[in-house]
Write a protein that binds this ligand. Structure first.
Ligand SMILES: Nc1ncnc2c1ncn2[C@@H]1O[C@H](COP(=O)(O)OP(=O)(O)OP(=O)(O)O)[C@@H](O)[C@H]1O
Length: 259
């Protein structure tokens, strides 16, 4: 079920020196939607994610999330509002355990106060215990609980990608942004990931925006898709509409054609 408008991006653009990396982007997601953002290499997809999450401030336009204007907010403030993300290049704390990677994210939104932590009050310990239990529950969902004491860097690649998603989820977002979650995965891992994304979306009542080059995955799970090319939106629509859109086919010429 999809509901009210969650994020609205109006005429957003960014300029790096003379390069207009993204221009006039208009997009929205309603609560509960699973939407894809695709486009050839260098089209501006990650830059768009960076603007949504406060890593870059847009040069133009307005982003409204859950009714709040994101102008000037830093990434940690955007996370606190309920938006979290994964990265194209895995960014785990490689020398921390799998469990601690998730606990760190959970900590960002922990309810027990700094005072109770400093003075080691009972609420600190009950808060810690609850957080640990919750983090283990997240790991279970991702099939990672058996690795909880391993260092993140020792996990197989596909599992590291899953851990990134688990960590993003531990921040309890309303909106989850996934930047090429299937990159480098084999077909079986990609298939399992598709099922996992569908599952967590339902389980946690998430809204998801997904950048992905694997068209089978995008077309298989997204309800709507936006297409960027050279920093501009050239199409949006259902997978069926996107697959048959001449502008999209042209933008992808020379690359793997949309199946
Ligand atoms: N900090 C920056 N400074 C200058 N140029 C940048 C910066 N960040 C991104 N760009 C440029 O913006 C354009 C869009 O890059 P971006 O990484 O968003 O593309 P993408 O669609 O995510 O590509 P890919 O699929 O290859 O990851 C590129 O020309 C890139 O070089």
């Amino acid at each position: 079920m999809t509901g009210n408008l969650l994020i609205n991006v109006e005429n957003v653009g960014i300029q790096f020196g003379g390069l207009k990396a993204v221009q006039n982007v208009n997009m929205f997601l309603n609560q509960g939607e699973l939407v894809g953002l695709i486009g050839p290499n260098g089209a501006g997809k990650t830059t768009t994610f960076n603007m949504l999450t406060g890593v870059y401030q847009p040069t133009f336009g307005t982003i409204t999330f859950d009714g709040k204007n994101l102008k000037g907010l830093k990434p940690y403030q955007v996370t606190k509002l309920g938006m979290s993300r994964t990265f194209q290049n895995i960014r785990l704390f490689k020398d921390l355990s799998v469990l601690d990677n998730v606990k760190v994210a959970n900590h960002n939104i922990a309810k027990h106060s700094i005072i109770s932590s400093i003075f080691r009050l009972p609420s600190h310990f009950s808060g810690e215990a609850k957080m640990e239990q919750e983090s283990i529950e997240f790991l279970k969902i991702f099939g990672l609980d058996v690795y909880k004491d391993e260092l993140a860097k020792n996990l197989p690649y596909g599992m590291q990608r899953r851990l990134e998603i688990a960590r993003a989820l531990a921040a309890k977002p309303q909106l989850l942004l996934l930047d090429e979650p299937a990159a480098g995965m084999n077909p079986q891992e990609t298939h399992d990931l598709m099922e996992l994304i569908a599952f967590i979306r339902k389980e946690f009542n998430l809204t998801i925006l997904l950048i992905e080059h694997d068209m089978h995955l995008v077309m298989g799970i997204c309800e709507r898709i936006y297409v960027l090319d050279h920093g501009q939106l050239i199409a949006d629509g259902t997978p069926e509409e996107i697959r048959n859109n001449p502008k999209v086919i042209e933008a992808y010429l020379g690359e793997e054609v949309v199946d």
